[in-house]
Design a protein around this ligand. Sequence first.
Ligand SMILES: NC(=O)c1ccc[n+]([C@@H]2O[C@H](COP(=O)([O-])OP(=O)(O)OC[C@H]3O[C@@H](n4cnc5c(N)ncnc54)[C@H](O)[C@@H]3O)[C@@H](O)[C@H]2O)c1
Length: 313
Amino acid sequence: MKRNILIIGACGQIGTELTFTLREKYGSDVVVASDIREGSENLMESGPFEPLDATDYDALEELVAYYEIDEVYLMAAMLSATAEKFPERAWNLNMNSLFNVLNLAKEKKIKKIFWPSSIAVFGPNTPKQNTAQNTIMEPSTVYGISKQSGERWCDYYHHKFGVDVRSVRYPGLISWKTMPGGGTTDYAVEIYHKALSDNKYTCFLKEDTELPMMYMNDAIRATLQIMESDAKKVKVRSSYNLAAMSFTPAEISQSIKNHISNFKVSYKPDSRQAIADSWPSNIDDSKAQKDWGWKAEYDLERTTQEMLKNLEP
Ligand SMILES: NC(=O)c1ccc[n+]([C@@H]2O[C@H](COP(=O)([O-])OP(=O)(O)OC[C@H]3O[C@@H](n4cnc5c(N)ncnc54)[C@H](O)[C@@H]3O)[C@@H](O)[C@H]2O)c1
């Protein structure tokens, strides 16, 4: 079935790879990339690109009409660590961009939305082990508050206005094509770059801080899978827990040392430690497995092999 797709925030860590994958699958000309800034050369050359501020409803509406867009993937957001520095800007971007897209669907100008949530919806009072789909949330970060509110609005627009919005709570994402954009799990990408360039890395989290993580290929596959699932199977319209692996800085360091024996890691926790401490250690994603057949493929060892192979000069 022919469909025109718009990706908002296409130049970021996830948007870049999502754009490549969707273009490969559906054809370059039907996947429009947009962002407030330009992306990598590869991305800019791979198909149509439009500058867009996601908080500008009129500009968004015009773009959607011009390209006869059916589906929107909204990836623009301010991430956890940056949002703590600019709380109001983060709230405005994260919420207004979502309202704009939800309202377009409410007005029947688009048919389907993907909007990512995050493990940041959980907070210090959430049980840390095997964190359930439905549990205490109470996020303590600006980013987490915006994601939890976003989830409630997605659920509301679905039930009240029939909007087909789909969402997963991504864990920290590890990838090599684009650098991460200001999150608390960024260390798990930086560490591979530094292992190869300097043989040493100073980690901004403590060595025993366990967090849920995922390799980008799994994240993109989950995104396409939930978007392609029969609407009846997508029973949760706030956001699904999604999991692949969990590890500490000490464990990822060891997995790199197994390939680069003289790699050295030191620890100098900064303000991001408090954010990490408020999040779960590992996630129960059985609901996503049951409803639409989710299953992760990359563990830590496979991720390390892929990262080192692709980043090696
Ligand atoms: N990367 C992760 O580990 C992770 C984990 C959980 C959830 N998420 C969520 O996934 C989504 C994408 O994350 P990412 O890691 O790719 O983020 P990123 O920071 O790498 O990319 C975000 C993109 O949005 C763009 N943007 C910012 N303001 C904009 C605006 N006003 N209009 C249009 N574009 C704008 C930025 O230029 C950037 O290219 C976000 O909603 C994020 O909260 C990411």
